[in-house]
Design a protein around this ligand. Structure first.
Ligand code: GLY
Ligand code: MN
Ligand code: MN
Length: 493
C-alpha cells in the first residue's frame, strides 16, 4: 500500500493520540505474506487431508441497494489464509491426488481497466502466492463436474454467501438447504487445526490490529462529552480504522445503553451520570481483527455506584487473564469469572446465598448472560462460519444448555498460539430482570428488590485480546487504559 494512503493519526487528529501509540500505526502494512507462507499452509492441508479435492470459493462483491453499488469487499477468510489474494471473483482448488493447486479467475479486459484501473494479470497474482496453474472462471463448474464423475471427493467448507451457495448447487448439485451438512468435516477440522494456531507473522499483524484499536478507544475516551450524540464518537472511531489503512473488524458497538449486548444504534445523546460502552476494533489491511471493549463515564469520574460495578468486572477480567495458560479449559475460566463477579455482586447485596450453587445453576447469567470470549484472528469470531463445535469445543468439552453459558463460543482446553478475547461484563437488563422476577427464578440467589436502584444503570464490559504462549499468555498490543484511575485520567486529560 502506498504511504500516502496511511494518513498518520496524529496529523489527522492533532493531540488526540498519545505519542506511544503512533509508531505502530505508522508502520507500512503488508498486504500479503510471502508465497512460502501460503505454500506451507497448503502443504500442511495436503498432509492432513491426504486425498480428494479441496474447493475454496473466494467471495464476490455484494450489492447494497443495486448490484453495482457494493458493500466494502471482504474476502473469505479461509481463502485468504490459503491463497492470500484479497480481491473478488476468484476460486481455488487444491487437488490432493494430483498434487496441484489451481487458481480460477480472469484477467481484466480493457473495458474493465477503464473503470477499475489496471490490475496484475492472474498469472502474476498466482505466482505471488506460489501457484503456477491458472484457469478462467468459466472453466470451474465443468472442472468440478468432471472430477465428480471421476469419483473424486470434493471437500468444501460450510458456505455463508448466497452466491457461493448457488454456485455449489450448480457445480455439485447439492440443494442449498443441505450444503452446510454436506460440507467436509475432515476439511473443517484440518482448517481449524491450522488457523487456530497463530504464527509469529500473524501475531505481529494482530498486535497491529490491537494497537490501531487501542488508538480508536483512547480517542473515543478523550473526545466524549455530555451533549454529544453517540454517532459522533462512532464516526470518529470508524474514521480512525479507515485511516490506518484497514477497516473495522465488525460494526461499531458504542452506546449509553451498554446493557444491549450488540447495540448498533448510535442515536442517543450522552448525558451526565451515564456510561458509554464502546466495543469496536480495527481490521488491518491484511484482514486481522482487533476486538476491544472499554466502558467509561460521560462525566470525568465514575460515580461510586458505577465504580463498584466497574471494579467487579475489571477484577474478573484481570484474574481471568492471569489464569490463562495451555491446558486449562476456557469453560473453567468462564465459570471462574462468573463466580468472581457473583462474589462482587453479593458484596453489594445484589446476589446472595451459596455462590457455588448459584453459578452451577446459572443464576449469575441475569447479570452476565454471554460467554467470556472467543477465538480471534482473520475473523473477529474466528472461523465462526466453520461451526463453533469444531472451533471452540472438543470431544472432552461439550456445550452447556444453560442460559448464558450456552453462548460461550470457546470452551475447549487452550493451546499455545491460540488468540482469544477475554470479555466479562455486568448488565442490568430491565426486561430480563422483570421476566426472571415474575417467574420467581433463582430467588435464593438474587435480591430482586435491591435491583430496583439499578434499572437505569446500563452495562459494563471490558475486553482484551490475549495470546496463549507455551509459558502462559501475553495480552496483545500496547496497554489500553482500563483501571479506574487510567480511564479517569483520559476523561480529564
Ligand atoms: N465484538 C463482538 C464481541 O465482542 O464478541
Ligand atoms: Mn467485542
Ligand atoms: Mn469479543
Amino acid at each position: 500500500m502506498p504511504a500516502s494512503r496511511l494518513a498518520p493519526l496524529n496529523r489527522l487528529l492533532p493531540g488526540l493520540i498519545a505519542p506511544t501509540f503512533y509508531p505502530s500505526i505508522l508502520i507500512l502494512f503488508n498486504l500479503m505474506f510471502s508465497a512460502n507462507t501460503y505454500q506451507a499452509r497448503r502443504e500442511r492441508l495436503r498432509k492432513d487431508l491426504k486425498t480428494g479435492l479441496v474447493l475454496l470459493p473466494g467471495n464476490n462483491e455484494v450489492g447494497m441497494n443495486y448490484a453495482g453499488n457494493t458493500y466494502p469487499f471482504r474476502q473469505d477468510s479461509s481463502f485468504l489464509y490459503f491463497f492470500g489474494l484479497d480481491q473478488p471473483a476468484l476460486a481455488a482448488v487444491i487437488d490432493l491426488d494430483r498434487g496441484q493447486d489451481i487458481l480460477f479467475g480472469d484477467d481484466l479486459l480493457v473495458e474493465d481497466v477503464v473503470w477499475m484501473g489496471a490490475m496484475p494479470r492472474m498469472k502474476t497474482l498466482a505466482a505471488r502466492v506460489g501457484v503456477q496453474q491458472v484457469l478462467p472462471m468459466r472453466r470451474l463448474a465443468g472442472f468440478l463436474k468432471k472430477m465428480r464423475r471421476a469419483g473424486q471427493t470434493i471437500h468444501f467448507l460450510p458456505p455463508y454467501r448466497h452466491e457461493n451457495m448457488l454456485f455449489l448447487k450448480e457445480a455439485l448439485n447439492i440443494p442449498v438447504r443441505r450444503q452446510k451438512d454436506a460440507a467436509s468435516v475432515a476439511l473443517i477440522r484440518a482448517v481449524v487445526a491450522q488457523r487456530a494456531h497463530k504464527s509469529a507473522e500473524e501475531i505481529a499483524e494482530m498486535e497491529r490490529a490491537v494497537d490501531v484499536t487501542g488508538a480508536m478507544h483512547i480517542a473515543a475516551m478523550r473526545a466524549a462529552r455530555a451533549g454529544q450524540v453517540e454517532a459522533e464518537l462512532a464516526g470518529l472511531v470508524e474514521g480512525l480504522a479507515a485511516s490506518s489503512g484497514g477497516w473495522l473488524s465488525y460494526p461499531v458497538i458504542l452506546s449509553v445503553n451498554g446493557q444491549i449486548l450488540h447495540n448498533h444504534y448510535h442515536g442517543n445523546t450522552l448525558r451526565r451520570g451515564q456510561m458509554v460502552l464502546g466495543d469496536f476494533g480495527a481490521e488491518t489491511a491484511m484482514r486481522y481483527a482487533g476486538d476491544i471493549t472499554r466502558t467509561f463515564p460521560v462525566d470525568k469520574k465514575f460515580t461510586t455506584k458505577q465504580r463498584e460495578i466497574y471494579e467487579i468486572v475489571l477484577d474478573a477480567e484481570v484474574s481471568a487473564i492471569a489464569s490463562l495458560k495451555p491446558g486449562i479449559t476456557y469453560q473453567s475460566v468462564h465459570l471462574a469469572a462468573a463466580r468472581r463477579m457473583a462474589e462482587g455482586l453479593k458484596a453489594l447485596g445484589l446476589m446472595r446465598g451459596d455462590l457455588d450453587e448459584a453459578v452451577a445453576q446459572g443464576a449469575h447469567a441475569l447479570f452476565f448472560p454471554h460467554g467470556l470470549g472467543h477465538m480471534i484472528g482473520l475473523d473477529v469470531h474466528d472461523m465462526e462460519d466453520l461451526g463453533e463445535q469444531y472451533v471452540g469445543y472438543s470431544d472432552a468439552v461439550t456445550r452447556s444448555t444453560q442460559f448464558g453459558a450456552a453462548y460461550l463460543r470457546l470452551a475447549r482446553a487452550l493451546e499455545p498460539g491460540f488468540v482469544l478475547t477475554v470479555e466479562p461484563g455486568i448488565y442490568f437488563i430491565p426486561q430480563l430482570i422483570d421476566q426472571w422476577r415474575r417467574k420467581k427464578m433463582f430467588e435464593p440467589f438474587i435480591n430482586y428488590p435491591a435491583l430496583a436502584k439499578y434499572r437505569q444503570f446500563g452495562g459494563v464490559r471490558i475486553e482484551d485480546n490475549v495470546l496463549i504462549t507455551p509459558a502462559g499468555h501475553r495480552v496483545l498490543g500496547a496497554p489500553i487504559p482500563k483501571t479506574v484511575a487510567g480511564v479517569e485520567a483520559l476523561r480529564q486529560g
